[in-house]
Design a protein around this ligand. Sequence first.
Ligand SMILES: [Zn+2]
Length: 315
Amino acid sequence: METTRLKAPVGNVASRVALALALLLLAADFAMAQDKGSVNPEPLPPLANPNDPTTPAKELFGRKTTPTSAAAHTIGFYSRGCIAGANALPLDGETWQVMRQSRNRNWGHPNLVRFLERLANQAPKVGWRGLLVGDMSQPRGGPMYTGHFSHQVGLDADIWLTPMPDRKLTRQEREEMMSTVVVAEDGKDVDPKVWTSAHAAIIRAAAKDPQVSRIFANPAIKKALCREAGRDRAWLRKVRVWFGHDYHFHVRIYCPTDSPACTPDPPLVGDEGCSGRDLDRWFTDAFLHPKPTKEKPPLRMADLPAACRQLLSAP
Ligand SMILES: [Zn+2]
């Protein structure tokens, strides 16, 4: 399943340009249904012409099953890059479990792995039993076959909005279980039957981590967080509204200091984003029911930093 681009709602030219840029630059995953995995995944068939410059980069990165042996560092931007020397988040910890392990996307920069372990450790203290961790990055990062524009440099992770159960999930459950959609059917608020204060607490704990630069969540989730935050609100600024993200939240961490070739996000501007353009417009018809537009052509290797081409064939 592929993501689709969304048509900018009517507005002045500047806001349309800003939204188009946001679509390109933010490049977070959005508007996706959940996919099951398989306990017996079919390996991808070899490519007939891997050196053909028109080959989509996702075909090449999607066939790399191991990280490079270099010291860990990220290269490029969250939605246009790769990672050397990625570490795996172990499939199980005391307070986390990795979902969809057949995808082999539990890789990231050591800072991301450490952040997830830190948040998992903190989770029970805020009333969330533990983390079910969705996609991080592929072993060498890069574009993916399904689901994401970003997650390319080992600094993004999806965390399910279902708390970890009090037992170890089976291999099959990890492939087939679905996460909880916390947004009401009309998209205008969270579903009071499933949303709890613990959902807010785990997102707040993630946002308060000093390594975290941004969190992407559905507008209805941001609305609930704004309503429930009380006086401690500075962290809300990091929670950015985006399409989809109704069954997981997406955490992004800052460029690591060991990665001079990592391109950071622009600094956050504005206030906590609980009103006006930041939030209210997401509940207009144009945003609630956006029209899909033509898909972007897939990234090719020439679209990625040169170091990512070398990384593809590195030991
Ligand atoms: Zn994500």
